[in-house]
Ligand binder design. Structure first.
Ligand SMILES: Cc1ncc(COP(=O)(O)O)c(C=O)c1O
Length: 316
């Protein structure tokens, strides 16, 4: 069998790179993170997941955890959390959900159905500095059984011991729930955001982001010189600019090269900012909005600027 750790963790190929880093930090090694293939809509192939877990067990590995994506970085895909939750329950695996970006959309009318099964997770990570509009940075982990964190992280040194530490009315001491001892009061800005604006306004802002990014997707679908490369379940739109010369539209290398150069050129131009990524090996422009100020006009302007800069790149 293998050397080193036998503990294995599972996530789709679309899982965030921080998971690999976490595996290294935990001393488990990045090879113990199994990257499971995705379906057409970029959600995890649950059948492939089941197969991999069974095979690993046969080969002497110890599967311990499945990470479901609730809004991937690349496309905003939300895995079928319900199916993963059932599988984890049957297989006695920890079910963690990476909702760092997408989590807040679970509270909206327009997107909540995507998140069915989120309530069955053992732990969920949400980053309020993403889609709760809180200034960077504020990461948040929600756990079903806080005792598991306490059992892991509580170390009572002589100089830290407090009289009420073990009593029933002991105050919640965050040092017992994570690796940090001294820590910033990051929760304050999250709390203040809810106090100042309220959940109703935050929900409306998230719904507006989703609606406007769907509008962008529609505009792209109706244009001859743009093509969309992924579904838009939340607020990420991945697309390519096509030259007006339709004779090269089938030339993938040419279009990928153009979009790679376009991304740099847009950054230099400075009027709009897009990130880029790869979708099934293709260079794409990635527009993601977690900005409560976003308006339809911004999206119109974005497409206009891309056209201008794009044309300047292909001008003879
Ligand atoms: C889905 C997902 N998970 C995790 C992270 C990591 O978050 P951070 O950059 O705040 O550490 C990101 C960041 O983009 C993300 O999109």
């Amino acid at each position: 069998m293998r050397g080193g750790s036998s503990l294995t963790v599972y996530v789709s190929q679309e899982g965030h790179a921080s998971l690999e880093k976490s595996m290294v930090l935990l001393g488990m090694g990045r090879n113990q993170l199994r990257k499971i293939s995705v379906l057409e809509d970029f959600t995890i192939d649950v059948k492939a997941l089941e197969k991999q877990v069974i095979e690993d067990r046969k080969n002497g590995y110890r599967p311990i955890c499945v990470v479901g994506n609730a809004g991937t970085t690349n496309t905003g895909a939300v895995d079928r959390l319900d199916s993963i939750a059932d599988f984890c329950r049957d297989q006695d695996l920890w079910f963690h959900v990476d909702a760092a970006y997408g989590g807040p959309a679970a509270g909206t009318k327009v997107a909540c159905r995507l998140f069915r099964g989120l309530d069955k997770a053992d732990s969920v990570v949400v980053n309020p500095h993403k889609w709760l509009y809180v200034p960077a940075e504020a990461g948040c982990i929600l756990v079903r059984k806080p005792k598991a964190l306490r059992d892991t992280f509580q170390i009572v040194a002589d100089y830290l011991r407090e009289e009420r530490e073990d009593g029933a009315n002991a105050p919640l001491d965050f040092k017992d729930y994570g690796p940090q001892l001294s820590r910033n009061f990051r929760a304050l800005k999250v709390w203040m955001t809810f106090k100042a604006y309220g959940a109703t306004k935050l929900r409306a802002a998230i719904e507006s982001n989703i609606e406007i990014m769907r509008y962008l997707a529609n505009r792209i679908d109706q244009s001859q010189d743009f093509v969309r490369l992924a579904p838009v379940p939340l607020s990420v739109v991945c697309f390519q600019y096509l030259t007006p010369d339709i004779s090269v539209h089938e030339d993938q290398k040419c279009i990928d090269d153009l979009n790679g150069r376009l991304l740099d050129a847009l950054e230099k131009d400075g009027r709009v900012f897009l990130s880029g990524t790869k979708i099934r090996g293709r260079n794409v422009l990635r527009a993601c909005s977690v900005n409560h100020r976003l308006r339809h006009e911004d999206v119109d302007f974005l497409l206009e600027v891309i056209r201008q800069v794009g044309r300047s790149l292909i001008a003879p």
